[in-house]
Design a protein around this ligand. Structure first.
Ligand code: COA
Length: 333
């Protein structure tokens, strides 16, 4: 069987125009700009506006159009849509199906939603890679689109300061014979012993949203921040080291490290573990906060469009999220 190499053919991203600063939050809850910056590195975040269509599929439409254009393709070249969202547009129809229609794709390509929380988009890369390698699909649209503002309790200072909305997308396709692009290695894990540290229990089949749930204020995300912090540093660092080794590379060969943008202290702690200089790390958590599974593809797209990441560069991607899921990928762009 002929094996193809996978390349990131094009990327795109979208963040809403509405900026919410730390100062804005301090008008509502007992917090302040300095505390948030010191503990997280976050200065502001973007919050979507449903009246402008900025739901997960709506944000994804714009990011995907940019990615398809950057790949020099048209919408009907896409033969599979993989869509990561922690909270989809609605339970049915799936958000990937809604996106297919919004993009005007008429070829009836497959359209699948996945949820691995913040790790979702990185989780999808090895899956798309396997399907492209084996020739099953030619152009897979991989989307991470998140509207955390919908389940972020704006009265809970422990969580609400951390999150924002946005979308990142990439088209994965076959590298031609004369291109070096490929996905070298990946790891996907989940430590379910820590699954209770980050939850949104109401709104699924087991706990419907009822008056009682609303009266108890259970419709929001809950988090044990310190436990998540510790697990994030340990797991992301371990995974990053493993995929680089599996790619037969060393950390010095890595041109850009693109970590999940949850907290600048987590990013710095992971970088310090393997001495990766901060100028090789893509950071936008200061501007967008944690956009869950959109964070890595937004950071990737911005760095490509700014001309930082160039063809041939070795990229290291690492993420973690509720579950606790985690993943890392090492690739040549
Ligand atoms: N503003 C001001 N004070 C705050 C605050 C806020 N927004 N949030 C918490 N505090 C207070 C706490 O109440 C506590 O006060 P106390 O000592 O009087 O009890 C104090 O600040 C320290 O809180 P602590 O929880 O120890 O802070 P921390 O250094 O662990 O930082 C997080 C908290 C949430 C920023 C940090 O734990 C974190 O980023 N964890 C990872 C979360 C994450 O990434 N989640 C997403 C995963 S995908």
């Amino acid at each position: 069987m002929k094996i193809f190499n996978t390349k990131i053919a094009g990327t795109g991203s979208f963040v809403p125009d509405r900026v919410v600063t730390n100062h804005d939050l301090s008008q509502r809850i007992d917090t302040n700009h300095n505390w948030i910056v010191e503990r997280t590195g976050i200065h502001e975040r973007r919050i979507s506006d449903l009246s402008k269509g900025e739901c997960p599929s709506g944000m994804a439409k714009i990011a995907a159009q940019k990615a398809i254009e950057a790949a020099n393709l048209t919408v009907n070249d896409i033969d599979l849509i993989l869509f990561s969202a922690t909270l989809p547009d609605q339970s049915m129809p799936n958000t990937a199906a809604v996106l297919q229609e919004k993009l005007g794709i008429t070829n009836h390509c497959g359209a699948l939603d996945v949820n691995a929380a913040c790790s979702g988009w990185v989780y999808l890369l090895p899956m798309a890679d396997a399907m492209i390698k084996t020739g099953l699909y030619k152009h897979i649209l991989v989307v991470g689109s998140e509207m955390l503002s919908a389940f972020n309790n704006w009265d809970d200072r422990n969580t609400c300061i951390l999150f924002g909305d946005g979308c990142g997308a990439a088209v994965l396709g076959r590298a031609s014979e004369n291109e070096d692009s490929k996905i070298f290695s990946s790891i996907l894990t989940c430590d379910s012993t820590k699954k209770d540290h980050l939850t949104l229990m109401a709104g699924g089949a087991c706990k419907r949203i009822t008056h009682e749930v609303l009266n108890n204020n259970e419709q929001w995300m809950t988090m044990n921040g310190q436990e998540v912090f510790k697990a994030a540093v340990k797991t992301m660092a371990g995974h990053a080291e493993k995929v680089v080794k599996d790619a037969n590379l060393s950390m010095e060969d890595i041109d850009w490290f693109i970590p999940h943008q949850a907290n600048l202290r987590i990013i710095e702690a992971v970088g310090n573990r393997f001495n990766i200089p901060i100028n090789k790390v893509i950071v936008n958590v200061d501007r967008y906060a944690n956009t869950s599974s959109a964070s890595v593809p937004i950071a990737l797209d911005e760095a490509i469009r700014e001309g930082k990441i160039k063809r041939g560069d070795h990229l290291l991607l690492a993420t973690f999220g509720a579950g606790l899921t985690a993943g890392a990928v090492c690739l040549q762009y």
